[in-house]
Design a protein around this ligand. Structure first.
Ligand code: NAX
Length: 328
């Protein structure tokens, strides 16, 4: 058996954390021969609830689960961790402006960035899920000066998977028949789900669906899918979000299939004219816990304008928390 990997999940008593912990413990994330140690990090008010999660994990008797640590202390939660999955975030309360939401979360994620810098493995890989995910990832990475920016990512995989599901449904194919889906930009209403490079059983998607369908139906549906789920369930996406976390980390670690890519929000290196440093969702290929932004894709005027709109929004979000970013 391999040495166990340590996985920290913040907000583990919440909806997504609860759906995720069991899948990680079952081996869905790292494979059937990789033991795991879970560190479930919560706020003091949720410790009773997270103890219940710990009890249920014990009751599952997962052979791959070597240990579970329940804590509200980030020094313990992130100690030597290999993977930090940051889900816990301050939700938007009634009357709260988006600016206030960004500022409140910036405090949480700057503290967690510092804790990861100080306590985690120097090879840690970080995935930010809590919203506003891209900007939270930016502030966490900025507060971890000893780590590489490439160790920090934010999640747009749920949007990516939603897009695969929708296109498969429309073309009456299987999601496994579709490659090269891309989500560009922010995990927000400005995200750009792009099927311009998609192949469906090897055929360009735009030979099977019209551009009008993409613009008038597909893009807005993906952008509003979260609200659609809330309307139907009365609760926000949880199982599908946890599933997207599993997919994101699994592909980052084990690699993307040849000829395909996935969407991850990562620090821009200036590719496609996006402001350097902002956490922007790009098509990426992964290998050995590393990623590369796919280069050289052709973007028409429509696509360019969508990317720029999301870039503008991310710069604006960054300007809200500029003062909280450590000076370099
Ligand atoms: P819940 O409110 O059910 O759970 C959040 C949990 O985080 C709670 O148990 C809370 O006690 C804990 N928490 C809060 N602050 C914490 C801190 N400083 N340290 C540790 N734990 C803390 O929310 P849930 O439905 O699980 O959603 C969690 C976050 O994911 C939200 O910000 C949500 O907006 C975001 N999402 C992001 C998605 C993405 O694709 N990037 C999609 C799903 C989801 O909307």
């Amino acid at each position: 058996m391999k040495t166990p990997v340590k996985v920290t999940i913040t907000g583990a008593a919440g909806h997504i954390g609860y759906a995720l912990a069991f899948r990680v413990a079952s081996g869905a994330m790292f494979g059937p021969d990789q033991p795991v140690i879970l560190r479930l990090l919560e706020i003091p008010q949720a410790m009773s609830s997270v103890h219940g999660v710990g009890m249920e994990l014990e009751d599952c008797a997962f052979p791959l689960l070597y240990d579970v640590v329940l804590t509200d202390d980030s020094a313990i939660g992130f100690r030597e961790t290999d993977y930090a999955i940051l889900i816990g975030a301050k939700p938007r309360s009634k009357g709260m402006e988006r600016k206030d939401l960004i500022e409140e979360n910036a405090k949480i994620f700057s503290a967690q960035g510092r804790a990861i810098n100080n306590y985690a493995s120097d090879q840690v890989r970080v995935l930010v899920v809590g919203n506003p995910a891209n900007t939270n990832a930016l502030i966490a990475a900025s507060n971890a000066p000893d780590l590489d920016r490439k160790q920090f990512t934010a999640m747009t995989r749920l949007d990516h998977n939603r897009s695969l599901g929708r296109l498969a449904n429309k073309t009456n194919t299987l999601v496994a028949d579709i490659t090269r889906m891309t989500i560009w930009g922010n995990h927000s209403m400005t995200q750009y789900p792009d099927i311009g490079n998609c192949l469906v059983k090897g055929t360009p998607a735009f030979e099977l669906v019209s551009r009008d369908w993409a613009i008038d139906h597909f893009i807005p549906r993906i952008q509003r899918r979260g609200a659609e789920i809330i309307e139907a369930r009365g609760l926000s996406s949880a199982a599908s979000a946890a599933d997207a976390v599993v997919d994101h980390v699994r592909d980052w670690v084990l690699g993307t299939p040849s000829g395909d890519w996935v969407s991850m929000a990562v620090a821009s290196d200036g590719s496609y004219g996006i402001e350097e440093g902002v956490m922007f969702s790009f098509p990426v290929t992964c290998e050995n816990r590393d990623y590369e932004i796919v280069q050289g894709l052709e973007l028409d005027e429509f696509s360019q304008s969508r990317l720029m709109a999301s870039d503008r929004e991310l710069r604006k979000e960054r300007s809200v928390i500029e003062e909280l970013l450590p000076k370099t």
